[in-house]
Design a protein. Structure first.
Length: 316
């Protein structure tokens, strides 16, 4: 289909400016209330969904959301396609761009995603890489907004393994939203200095802040939002025993949560391992909003897709 502008992509959280992030969150809230109000893929046009890593929430939320946007969710089996193995990312991008309106890819290397965006000619969405998980953060911020109102000025404590895509994405997206981020983890398990600098530059413009800590109690004290994630990210299962020993003090227990604000909410992007990074009584307790968070993947991603299609068509 003809394009008026170069395609707009969502590859990392700071691809959205603060104003654009607010625009996407506002749209997500509207689409949650009225699921069929946006039809950017009416036709239906197809959206390629490629999954090179295990998936539950990402696949079902994108598939359902694309259908609600009037489109055809086309599952491209990553193992059969062999992207980067059977044929180059560039060649796959050129093929897909002539068949689909958008590419949604869950893969390993951020650099591969960037190649797909460079050569596809259509919007490309990061459905998780080793470096970032930006669609999860739009869902997380939508969930926080629903429970807390405005985002700017809230304090978020992230505890556990922060040297991963969720730690990076919380830094960038939280800073973009003007939040105060406190990431607590053992030595060697925080985002890189470069990532803190990248987020800090954003926070300096939005009034937010980013801090890395070793002390989980200091991080959680008075926090409005408390976040954790699995200690064993996909592909690191062989490190499980060693990681559990390192991270055990950072488990999100009721005792640790008691240091947060009395009305603090708890987020976890799932899958969760009760009794490890989060206690059962916390994730299943009254302060947990993880099921709202999981549902909000659909509404958030619909807003991202609609925004990218409007920007690419020049309708903004």
């Amino acid at each position: 289909m003809p394009r008026h502008h170069a395609p707009r992509h969502f590859l990392a959280d700071d691809d959205l400016s603060p104003d654009e992030q607010t625009q996407v969150l506002d749209l997500a809230a509207r689409l949650k209330a009225a699921p069929y109000d946006a039809r950017p893929y009416a036709g239906p046009q197809s959206v390629a969904m490629i999954f090179d890593k295990p998936t539950l929430r990402t696949q079902v939320s994108f598939a359902a959301g694309i259908a609600e946007l009037g489109g055809n969710p086309m599952l491209v089996e990553g193992r059969l396609a062999g992207i980067g193995v059977r044929e180059s990312v560039e060649d796959v991008a050129r093929v897909l761009g002539r068949q689909v309106a958008t590419v949604v890819w869950r893969t390993f290397e951020q650099s591969d995603l960037e190649l797909m965006a460079r050569f596809s000619g259509v919007p490309v969405v990061n459905a998780l890489t080793d470096e970032f998980h930006p669609c999860q953060l739009i869902a997380d911020l939508l969930t926080v907004r629903e429970h807390k109102g405005a985002l700017a000025g809230l304090t978020v404590a992230y505890v556990g393994d922060a040297a991963n895509n969720m730690g990076n994405s919380w830094l960038l997206a939280g800073a973009t939203a003007g939040m105060h981020l406190r990431l607590a983890g053992p030595q060697g398990y925080l985002p890189s200095d470069g990532m803190f600098a990248r987020a800090g530059a954003i926070a300096a413009r939005t009034g937010g802040s980013v801090t890395g800590l070793a002390d989980q109690v200091v991080a959680v004290t008075g926090a409005d939002v408390v976040v954790t994630d699995t200690w064993v990210s996909m592909g690191r299962e062989d490190e499980e025993a060693a990681r559990e020993a390192v991270f055990a003090p950072y488990s999100l227990t009721q005792d640790l949560l008691a240091h947060a604000a009395p009305d603090a909410i708890v987020l976890h992007c799932l899958p969760a391992y009760r009794g490890k990074e989060i206690a059962a009584e916390v994730i299943d307790g009254p302060q947990s909003v993880v099921w709202d968070e999981a549902e909000n993947r659909r509404h958030a991603q619909k807003a991202v897709l609609t925004f990218l299609m409007e920007q690419t068509a020049g309708d903004s």
